[in-house]
Design a protein around this ligand. Structure first.
Ligand SMILES: [Zn+2]
Length: 323
């Protein structure tokens, strides 16, 4: 068996990661008569192979993700590269947001062994762009001469950041955002209240651990701005706060232009009251500075204070020209 390595690319929180795991499970299913082609094979959920995958103990499945992502996804120590920190290598790997070379070496050792259950061995590596050069080079050697029966499934949210050498070894596969029906179905499966509003807010990227968090924060902020007193602004990370302020600002600018809000579809009237003030140039400047902050990595160090400052500025913008 020879499987082409696949690189699945698409936006964050749109189910890409879940699709990688589904494809892996499909390949490891042992039901008679199943397809054995990656992305076509479907797991039956009943056989011994499927039970091992569900339990997270399938010996022919290896999941490699950055330690920080493993924590977020609730994965075990193996995937997080624990025990590989003797050299201090994974520790320094950009605060755990990169796949370390020890993790790749572990993957290589595992890939050389024979299959435990006689089927393919499946490696899931994600995201493929989260790797420093030494790890990427080590991984490249496996992709250049993949062991027999190794099925290599990998993903990225930033195709442009994947090293060309790695990318050229994979067949590319685009992952689309879920449509409205699929997004709502996922939100319902999670028992998410107010699913329509969350779907609009997230632009159907509903596969977050908590897709409503930014929406709740923004609704609270809009209410507080309407009352003229901003108090509690915790509950989101600085990055989430900036993203939420961007969405709110876009909707305010839409409302100023006589359009309907797209992220906060049900808050038309409240936004209209906020957006009436200030001159357009000031709003554009504000928007550009937000966009710049969103592009700044590790934004910012003094998180809480910075969010507070941004909000005060928005408040001034909404009230300027009112008197
Ligand atoms: Zn099965």
């Amino acid at each position: 068996m020879d499987f082409p390595a696949t690189l699945l690319h698409g936006a964050r929180a749109t189910g890409l990661w879940e699709s990688l795991l589904e494809a892996a499970a499909g390949m490891l299913c042992e039901a008679p008569g199943r397809a054995t082609v990656p992305w076509q094979a479907r797991a039956c959920g009943q056989c011994a192979g499927c039970h091992l995958v569900q339990a997270g103990t399938h010996p022919d499945l290896r999941v490699v993700v950055p330690p920080a992502l493993a924590t977020e996804l609730g994965l075990g120590a193996d995937e997080a590269g624990e025990g590989a920190q003797g050299q201090g290598e994974t520790r320094t790997a950009a605060a755990g947001r990169e796949i370390g070379i020890e993790q790749v070496r572990g993957l290589i050792d595992w890939a050389q062994g024979t299959s435990h259950r006689g089927g393919p061995k499946v490696a899931v590596v994600h995201p493929l762009d989260a790797m420093a050069a030494p790890a990427a080079n080590a991984l490249l050697k496996v992709l250049e001469e993949p062991p027999a029966s190794l099925c290599f499934l990998t993903g990225t949210h930033h195709l442009d950041r994947v090293l060309p050498t790695l990318r050229s070894r994979c067949s590319l596969r685009a992952w689309a955002r879920p449509d409205a029906r699929a997004a709502l179905a996922e939100l319902e499966r999670r028992g998410q209240s107010d699913a329509q509003a969350v779907m609009h807010w997230s632009r159907r990227a509903v596969f977050e651990p908590d897709p409503a968090r930014g929406l709740e924060w923004t609704r609270r902020l809009v209410r507080q701005l309407a009352d003229g007193r901003v108090s509690q602004l915790d509950g989101v990370t600085p990055a989430q706060a900036i993203e939420s302020l961007q969405k709110l600002t876009l909707d305010l600018m839409r409302v100023r232009s006589g359009l309907k809000p797209s992220y906060l579809a049900d808050m038309d009237a409240a936004l209209r009251r906020m957006a009436g003030q200030g001159d357009t140039g000031a709003w554009l400047q504000w928007w550009q500075r937000l966009a710049q902050a969103a592009r700044t990595p590790d934004f910012p160090v003094h998180a809480g204070l910075a969010v507070q400052a941004w909000v005060v500025e928005l408040q001034q913008l909404c009230t300027s020209g009112a008197n």
